[in-house]
Design a protein around this ligand. Sequence first.
Ligand code: SF4
Length: 339
Amino acid sequence: MSPTQSSAADVVLEADHVTKHFEISGGLGRDTTIHAVEDATLQLRRGQIVALVGESGSGKTTLARLLAQFYPLTSGQIRLDGEPVRTKHEFADREYYSRVQLIFQDPFGALNPQKSVRHALERALKLHHTFNGREELEQRMLELMERVNLTPAADLIDAYPHQLSGGQRQRLVIARALAVDPEVLLADEPISMLDVSIRLDILNLLRRLRDEEDLAMLYITHDIASARYLANTVQVMYAGQTVEGGPVESVIQDPQHPYTKLLIDASPDPESALSAEGSGDLGEPPNLADPPAGCRFHLRCPFAMDICKTEFPKRSELGNGHWTHCWLHAERPQPTTES
Ligand code: SF4
């Protein structure tokens, strides 16, 4: 089903005009506010993958962690199945995590090096399910391992993280996330720390989970090619603002926001291509402790106009679900004429 055919009923998890500012105490009364995410809206649908792309520091990971209820929101709302999520504490409760799971970038860091595969899976399964005895639990662990191709399961179940390859460790992290039977997976750069030779295997696993198990998924990456391979829709972030989104082929083949064009031109290595050395006079992304007003890309944008420096443009619909926030596509206010 294309994104334009999806109905509101398909939406499992959504961020609605979400903003996150971090207050950092610098001592001597010199507090700083980091404007990490500004007015971001994003919807995750059953059986679909949204790729969230942008450079480091663009707010992608913060937005995923807001969806995972790691931090309280500054403003906006997170909804699960249309219901506002209200957590009393900084971390959400067990019920939330039985439906929404986050996969981290570094599989080794996400696992306890002292604990075996069996321990990692058993703990996750027992936290969220009950079993009729040891045999049923054991069977469930082996099934989980097979589901993510962590095989031969019977041989690997007593292995420790250091005895697994990088790809096997990430499969274990994914199996542990699946242990709770979630409806949503938030995958934060799940292949960026893996050997190039096994990245495709993990992408294919995520694709299979989407297609066969109808999972809703957020895939965070700075790699346009993997976003194109995996995702149904893509959303581009720059300096905490979402600037463009829509069906993946439409956005990547016909980008309309100057930053998206730059990001695609800089592919496959936007991090180095967009650095000060790689991009000549384009410079660095803005400091989020003191971001520029208006469109935060205006300091790097070759098309910047006066209005870009003061007002962030509303979302412009470009057709077939493709949209952007850019004054090149938005109706500009008419100058007032004095009589
Ligand atoms: Fe460039 Fe203005 Fe569009 Fe921002 S809003 S991308 S500065 S033209």
